[in-house]
Design a protein around this ligand. Structure first.
Ligand code: C2E
Ligand code: MG
Ligand code: MG
Length: 623
C-alpha cells in the first residue's frame, strides 16, 4: 500500500504537468492566430481539464487519507509540500505548522519525540547528499513506539523534485517479536534466563574473564527434597514455591551475577569477577541463609534448603562444558554430604594448585586482617657475647591453615605484586620495633636486618620509601641493614650499583643473604658497597662432617675479611658448629642455638634477659 501511494503521488505529479502543457500550448497558438473558433475550443477543453484535474486531485487526496501510513512530501529545499492526516496523528505535529510549511518547526517537534534524534538528522543529511537514494529503517520513540520509515525521491519528468516519506507504526509487531524473543530465552514460570541464555551469557563471561585474567564461578543449585513438596502438595504449590525461592535467590546476588532456571528445581548461577574463593563462598553462604526462613505458600509453611556445587574458572576448568560438568559433580558431592551445603569442585582433595589458589586469594586480605606478623631472630657476636642485630622474618598466621612459612607465600606475593605493600609494612614494623627496643631497653646501637625481595628491589621508589620510613620511625639509617640475595644483586648490575650506592650514601647497610648458593661475580662484590656476607645455612649444617662445606665456609669467611666486610653464619644449631665457626674466625652467628625467630613480645623478653646473661657464656634455646 505504501509503495502504491508513493507511486501514485509521483504519477499524479506527472499527470498534472501533462494537463498543464495541454492547457497552455493551444492557448499560446490561439493568441498567435487570434481566431474565435480556437478560443471556444480552448474554453471547452479548459473546462474538461479542470474537471479531470479535480477528479485526480480528489483521488489523490482520498488515496492519501485512506492509507494506514503517515505520508509527508517535501521539496528539494526541505519545504513541506504535502502530508496526510495519518501523518498528523502519528507525529502529533500541529497541522497549522505543517500547512504553513514551517519545516524547521515541524522537524523540531518530531525530533523532540525521538529516542535517537541525532541518528534521525544524520539520515536526513545523508539524503541531501544522495537525493536519489531510498531509505528503509525503523525509528524509536521515547514513549516506546516504533515506526518503520520509508523514503524515496519524487521525480517529475526524470528530475528529482523532492522526497516522499512514509511512516508506519510497527510498535505492536515489534513488541510481539520482543516478547517471543524474551520467551525463547526465559523460563515462563520464574522469568529467569533459561539454559539457552545462560549458556550464551557464560560463553561471553568466560571470554571476558580470559581477556582480563579474572576469576569466575559457575554454580549448580538444587533444592533439597523439592520433589516431595511437589508430589504431596501439588504443582500449583510447587510453582509458587519456585517463584518465592527465585525471589530470595535473586536478592542474594551482586549486580552482574546471573541466575538461570536450568529446569525443574535446578538453578545455575554465574558469578563473574570474583576476587577469590572466599567471594564465591560468601555468596553461597548468603544463599543458604536466605533460604532458611520458612516459606508461607497458601496455607502451607514450607522449609526448603539447597545443595550447591561450584566450579571456578580457571582453577577447575577453562571452558563452559568442563566447568558445568565439574559444578555438577560438586553438587552431587554436596548432596551426598548431607544437603544444605555448598561444595567446591576438588576442594576436598588439596592439590597443590588449589592450595596456591587459596593462598593467593587470601593473601590479598592477610595484611588488612592483621594475619601477617613480623618475628625476630637475634644475631650474636660470640666474641663479645652481644646481640648486635635482629633479623625481621615475616610470618603469616592464616585463619584456616595455621602458620604459613615465608618460603611458601613470599614467591606468591612476588608473583602477584603484593610483596610491595607487604614489604613496606614489614620494613615499617621492624623499624618501629627496633626504635622501641633502643629506647625502652637502652640499647641505642641495636640494629635490624630486613629482607628485600627481587620485585621490591626493582621498585623505582625503593630508596625514597626506605628514607621515608626511617624519618617516620626516627630510626638512624646506620641501624638498618637490608638483605638481598646474590640473584637479586646480579639481575641488573647498573641498577644494583645505583641503588646500593644511594642506600650507602644514606647510611643504610647492605648484606648478601644466603651467600654461596647463588651466582655472584667477585668483581662486582668488590665494587658494590656491601657490608656483610651471610653464609647460607646449607654450608653450616654439615660443617663438621663435610670437608667441602668446611672449605667453602672457610673461603667465604676469608673473602669477607679480605674485602673488609662482616661475615655472619646462618643456621647455627649446635655447639659444635659454633665452635668450628669460631675456629674459622667467624664471630657473628645466627641460628636456633641462640634463638629461633620469635614474636616481638618474646624478643623483648629475650633482649631483657640477654642484658643480664651473655650468649657466649650461656647459650640457650628459645622455642
Ligand atoms: P633468610 O633471610 O635466609 O632467613 C633465614 C631463615 O632461616 C629463616 O627462615 C629462619 O627462621 C631460618 N633459620 C634461622 N636459624 C635457623 C637454624 O638454626 N636452622 C634452620 N634450619 N633454619 C634457621 P624463615 O623465617 O622461614 O624465612 C625463610 C626465608 O623467607 C628467609 O630466608 C627470607 O629469604 C624470606 N623472608 C622472610 N621474611 C621475609 C620478608 O619480610 N621479606 C622478604 N622479602 N623475604 C622474607
Ligand atoms: Mg635473611
Ligand atoms: Mg639466609
Amino acid at each position: 500500500m505504501m509503495w502504491l501511494m508513493v507511486g501514485l503521488l509521483t504519477c499524479l505529479t506527472i499527470i498534472v504537468s501533462y494537463f498543464l502543457s495541454l492547457l497552455l500550448l493551444p492557448r499560446a497558438k490561439s493568441l498567435q492566430t487570434g481566431g474565435i473558433f480556437f478560443d471556444d475550443l480552448y474554453d471547452n477543453r479548459f473546462h474538461q481539464i479542470q474537471i479531470e484535474l479535480e477528479k485526480s486531485r480528489s483521488l489523490h487526496q482520498a488515496t492519501l487519507e485512506s492509507t494506514a501510513d503517515g505520508i509527508l512530501v517535501v521539496d528539494n529545499g526541505g519545504k513541506i509540500a504535502g502530508f496526510n492526516q495519518k501523518f498528523v496523528q502519528m507525529w502529533g505535529i500541529p497541522e497549522a505548522i505543517l500547512v504553513s510549511g514551517l519545516d524547521k518547526q515541524a522537524l523540531k517537534v518530531a525530533l523532540s519525540q525521538l529516542k535517537y534524534p541525532k541518528e534521525y538528522i544524520a539520515t536526513i543529511r545523508e539524503l541531501y547528499v544522495r537525493p536519489d537514494a531510498q531509505v528503509s529503517d525503523a525509528i524509536a520513540f521515547k514513549d516506546g513506539r516504533i515506526f518503520e520509515r520509508y523514503s524515496q525521491p519524487q521525480y517529475v519528468g526524470g528530475q528529482i523534485v523532492g522526497r516522499v516519506w512514509s511512516f508506519r507504526d510497527i510498535t505492536a509487531q515489534k513488541t510481539a517479536e520482543a516478547k517471543i524473543h524474551h520467551q525463547s530465552l526465559h523460563d515462563l514460570l520464574t522469568d529467569l534466563p533459561n539454559r539457552v541464555l545462560f549458556n550464551e551469557l557464560l560463553a561471553s563471561a568466560l571470554k571476558q574473564a580470559r581477556d582480563s585474567e579474572d576469576h569466575l564461578a559457575v554454580c549448580f543449585l538444587d533444592l533439597d527434597r523439592f520433589k516431595t513438596i511437589n508430589d504431596t502438595l501439588g504443582h500449583a504449590v510447587g510453582d509458587q514455591l519456585l517463584k518465592s525461592v527465585t525471589k530470595r535467590l535473586t536478592q542474594c546476588l551482586r549486580e552482574g551475577d546471573i541466575i538461570a532456571r536450568w529446569g525443574g528445581d535446578e538453578f545455575t548461577i554465574l558469578l563473574p569477577k570474583i576476587r577469590d574463593i572466599k567471594d564465591a563462598a560468601n555468596i553461597q553462604e548468603r544463599i543458604l541463609a536466605a533460604l532458611n526462613p520458612r516459606f508461607d505458600i497458601e496455607d502451607h509453611q514450607l522449609h526448603v534448603s539447597a545443595s550447591i556445587g561450584i566450579a571456578l574458572y580457571p582453577l577447575h576448568g577453562l571452558d563452559a562444558e568442563i566447568l558445568m560438568k565439574h559444578a555438577d559433580a560438586a553438587l552431587n558431592r554436596a548432596k551426598s554430604q548431607g544437603r544444605n551445603k555448598y561444595q567446591f569442585y576438588n576442594f576436598g582433595i588439596t592439590t597443590q594448585t588449589t592450595e596456591l589458589f587459596i593462598l593467593e586469594n587470601s593473601l590479598y586480605y592477610a595484611l588488612e586482617k592483621g594475619e601477617l606478623v613480623v618475628h625476630y631472630q637475634p644475631q650474636v657476636n660470640i666474641t663479645t657475647g652481644k646481640i648486635t642485630k635482629m633479623e625481621a622474618l615475616l610470618r603469616w598466621q592464616h585463619s584456616g591453615l595455621g602458620i604459613i612459612s615465608p618460603t611458601k607465600f613470599i614467591p606468591l606475593a612476588e608473583e602477584t605484586g603484593q610483596i610491595i605493600p607487604i614489604g613496606e609494612w614489614v620494613l615499617r614494623t621492624a623499624c618501629t620495633q627496633t626504635k622501641y627496643w633502643q629506647k625502652a631497653l637502652a640499647m641505642p646501637s641495636l640494629s635490624i636486618a630486613v629482607n628485600l625481595s627481587a620485585r621490591q628491589f626493582q621498585q623505582p621508589n625503593l630508596v625514597d620509601m626506605v628514607q621515608q620510613i626511617l624519618i617516620e620511625t626516627e630510626l638512624a639509617p646506620e641501624c638498618l641493614e637490608l638483605e638481598i640475595t646474590e640473584g637479586i644483586a646480579m639481575q641488573n648490575i647498573d641498577l644494583t650499583k645505583d641503588i646500593l650506592n644511594e642506600l650507602h650514601r644514606m647510611g643504610v647497610s647492605i648484606s648478601i643473604d644466603d651467600f654461596g648458593t647463588g651466582y655472584c661475580s667477585l668483581a662486582y662484590i668488590k665494587n658494590f658497597p656491601i657490608h656483610t656476607l651471610k653464609i647460607d645455612k646449607s654450608f653450616v649444617r654439615d660443617l663438621a662432617t663435610n670437608r667441602h662445606d668446611a672449605a667453602i665456609t672457610s673461603a667465604i669467611i676469608a673473602l669477607a675479611h679480605g674485602l673488609n666486610m662482616n661475615v655472619v653464619a646462618e643456621g647455627v644449631e649446635t655447639e659444635e658448629q659454633r665452635r668450628l665457626l669460631q675456629v674459622l674466625d667467624c664471630e657473628l652467628m645466627q641460628g636456633f642455638l641462640f634463638s629461633r625467630a620469635i614474636s616481638a613480645a618474646d624478643a623483648t623478653k629475650l633482649l631483657r634477659r640477654y642484658k643480664s646473661q651473655k650468649f657466649n657464656n650461656h647459650p640457650f634455646l628459645v622455642a
